[in-house]
Structures are given as C-alpha cells and as structure tokens.
Design a protein. Structure first.
Length: 238
C-alpha cells in the first residue's frame, strides 16, 4: 500500500503514534510485521496504543493486558480514537469471588457453540487455552494477563486440597507452564485443548477420573493450582 491508496483514516493513524484507540471490530494480532503467527485477538471495545508502523502493518499494545502485536495496516479503519483513556479497575478477592460463577458460565456457553482450538484465539468461537480463560474472566469484569505462564505468575499458589470453582489449574513441564484450565468443582475442569493430546476445542476433563485419554495425558503434566486474587492492571509486574 502506498500513500496514494491509503484511506484517510489510515493516513491519520500513521501520524498518531502513541495515541490510544478503541477497536470497532475484532482484530487479529500477529507476531511479526509480515503478519505471520497469530498471537492474540482484540475484541470489539478493546483499547490499544499505536507503537510503530511499517508499510503493511502497525505495531500495537493492548491496554488491558499490555500485550504487543502487529495488526494489518488495512485494519486501521477499525480503530477510532478513544474518547476516554483506558482506566483499569482494581478488584480484590472479595469483589472477584461473586463474579466467578459468571466466568464459569461463559466457558460452558462457549463449549456449547461449535468450536476448534485456535492458537492465539481470544475471541469466540475459537480459543486457545489462556485465551478462553482471559475471555471468561473479562466477561465479568476481571482482567487476566494473556499467556498461561503469565496467568500462573499472576495467581496465588494454592494446594490441590484447596481448589474451589473458579480457580485455575496449570499444566506443563517443571520448567514452564504450557496450558491452563478453569476448575469447575468435583474434580472437573474446563479448557480449550489442541489436536495433539487434547479435544481440538473446549471440553471438560477430570483430575480424578483418568479413564479418558485426554484427562490422563494432562494429569501427567500438572504443575500447580492458582487463585485469582485481583484484576490485572496495566503495568503490573508479573
């Protein structure tokens, strides 16, 4: 795209590095300025800041979770200047706890819609594991960091005998978290899992009944459980 073909909205965007915008439609964010490798998505209403530009893409930072990525320059027409800058809402555990049934309900409603696992997916119907968690909590006004290892660092470690519905369960290797699920109670959890060892979408598995191969596979990768004690605020150190 050259300047002669750029829309007026795109031209204005190029001139506004650092300005905050609101998404008027869902956007895909990529790892590189060549728009390779989906890393996350921005739902309608998400805030972002423009950080850098290239001929075909813009580097942005999502305000709610400080997550970076590249959007297509063609998506400039989906951004409108924010009338009010994003202001994170601070929540403590007493404010979070009554919202957890709503987050659980979100995941169950998402499971009821035909879906497949999508790496980088945070906007329905297709999610990755941490994207489903982030979307579920966001639906009730609780912000989480984007990736599973960030979500693990953000939560308060708890013992397996302390698990309550709405807690998070983390899986991976001794060195790093690679997967996250939401605890439902009675030993069950809901998650979006991939093709290799999962269900290629959202499903329910068990910590105790390992008769299903997916439950058995993830049980071998348990790391720890975590409790969400607060809502993520921009700039928080993980």
């Amino acid at each position: 795209m050259d300047s002669s073909t750029a829309s007026s909205g795109q031209k204005a965007l190029l001139a506004s590095l650092g300005q905050e915008y609101v998404c008027t439609r869902a956007l895909d964010l990529y790892k590189t300025d060549e728009l390779q490798g989906l890393v996350t998505q921005a739902a309608v209403g998400r805030h972002l800041r423009l950080a850098e530009k290239s001929s075909q893409a813009h580097a942005v930072i999502l305000c709610e979770d400080d997550y970076p990525g590249w959007i297509s320059a063609a998506d400039g027409d989906a951004l409108k200047p924010a009338e009010q800058l994003y202001q994170p809402v601070s929540l403590d555990r007493s404010a979070i706890e009554p919202r957890l049934p709503g987050a659980i309900a979100f995941t169950q409603q998402a499971m009821a819609v035909p879906n497949t696992y999508l790496w980088g997916g945070t906007v329905g119907p297709n999610y990755d594991c941490s994207g489903l968690m982030q979307a579920a909590f966001a639906s009730v006004g609780i912000r989480l960091p984007r990736d599973s290892y960030q979500q693990e660092a953000f939560t308060q470690p708890i013992g397996w005998d302390e698990l309550l519905p709405g807690d998070l369960i983390f899986f991976g290797t001794p060195e790093r978290t690679k997967h996250v699920a939401l605890y439902l109670g009675e030993g069950n959890y809901i998650h979006s899992s991939g093709v290799d060892q999962g269900r290629n979408g959202i499903g329910i598995d068990s910590l105790t009944d390992l008769s299903h191969p997916v439950s058995a596979a993830y049980h071998q990768q348990l790391r720890r459980a975590g409790r969400v004690m607060t809502s993520y605020c921009s700039g928080d150190t993980l």
